[in-house]
Design a protein around this ligand. Structure first.
Ligand code: 13P
Length: 252
C-alpha cells in the first residue's frame, strides 16, 4: 500500500524563533497521533533546515528542502547542493514548484537536473506539476501536466523513479482560497497515475504517492484525501499554524 503523506511547504515565511516554535509545536502535537501509515514532512526555508533536522531527530516528522541546485558543487554562489542537504539529514526536496517556474524561470531540463542531483543523495524529490488557469480554460491541462512529468521525470530508471513523489498543484489554486474540486483533483491524479503506469508499469503506478496542493486546509482536506488517487497533500499557508497542520494530518 502506498504511503499517505502530508507535507508542509513553508515557502519564504517565519523568523528563526517562529520556526523554532512551529517545529516544536508540530512535534508535540504529533506525539498523540497514530502515524503508522502516514508520513509527515515539513519543508522550512533552507536556513532553518538544520534547526528542523536537529529537532526532528527521534521524532515522527521528516524534513524536506524547498529547492536544490542542479549543480553538484563548486563556484555557484548562493546555491545549495543535494549533498549539503543530505549531510544535514534532509530526506525530501520539493522540485519544480510553480513559484520557482514562474519567478526563477526554471525549465523542464533544469528540473530534471535537480531531480538527478537529489536522487544521487538518496533524497526523494517531491516533484510539482500543474496548469495555470488559462491552460485549464483552454482544455490544455492534461497536456501541460504530461509534458512537465515526461520532460523532468521520465528519463529516470525504475530504481530511481520509485523514490519520486508527485504533487499536483494547479497554479490557480495556490494561495487563492479556491481549491480544486474533489472531482478535478481525482481526475488529474488518476491521469498522472495512468502516465506512470504506461511508462513504468502497474506496480510503480500503484506505489507512487500523488499529493494534491493548492488552498488545501482542514476544511477541505478530508474530502480531497478521500479520493482513491489522492494520497495526501502539499500544504502552503495552512502549514504555518501547528494546530491547523495537525488537523490536516488527521484528515485521512
Ligand atoms: P497554499 O496551500 O497556500 O495554496 O499553497 C500550496 C502550495 O503551493 C504548496 O506547495
Amino acid at each position: 500500500m502506498r504511503t499517505k503523506i502530508v507535507a508542509g511547504n513553508w515557502k519564504m515565511n517565519k523568523t528563526f524563533e517562529e520556526a523554532d516554535d512551529l517545529i516544536n509545536n508540530i512535534i508535540d502535537l504529533l506525539k498523540s497521533e497514530n502515524l503508522s501509515d502516514k508520513a509527515v514532512i515539513i519543508c522550512p526555508p533552507a536556513v532553518f533546515l538544520e534547526l528542523a533536522t536537529d529537532q526532528s531527530f527521534d521524532s515522527e516528522i521528516y524534513v524536506g528542502a524547498q529547492n536544490v541546485s542542479r549543480f553538484e558543487s563548486g563556484a555557484y554562489t548562493g546555491e545549495i547542493s543535494a549533498s549539503m542537504l543530505s549531510s544535514m539529514g534532509v530526506d525530501f526536496c520539493i522540485i519544480g514548484h510553480s513559484e520557482r517556474r514562474k519567478y526563477f524561470l526554471e525549465t523542464h531540463e533544469e528540473l530534471a537536473g535537480k531531480v538527478d542531483q537529489v536522487l544521487k543523495q538518496n533524497i526523494s524529490p517531491v516533484f510539482c506539476c500543474g496548469e495555470t488557469l488559462p491552460e485549464r480554460e483552454s482544455g490544455k491541462h492534461f497536456e501541460i501536466v504530461r509534458k512537465q512529468i515526461e520532460d523532468s521525470l521520465f528519463h529516470l530508471k525504475e530504481g530511481d523513479f520509485e523514490h519520486v513523489i508527485i504533487a499536483y498543484e494547479p497554479v490557480w489554486a495556490i494561495g487563492t482560497g479556491v481549491n480544486a474540486t474533489s472531482q478535478q483533483a481525482q481526475e488529474m491524479h488518476h491521469y498522472i497515475r495512468s502516465l506512470v503506469r504506461e511508462k513504468y508499469g502497474d506496480q510503480m503506478a500503484e506505489n507512487i504517492s500523488i499529493l494534491y496542493g493548492g488552498s488545501c486546509n482542514s476544511k477541505n482536506a478530508h474530502e480531497l484525501f478521500a479520493n482513491p488517487d489522492v494520497d495526501g497533500g502539499l500544504i502552503g499557508g495552512a502549514s504555518l499554524d501547528a494546530e491547523e497542520f495537525i488537523r490536516i494530518v488527521q484528515s485521512f
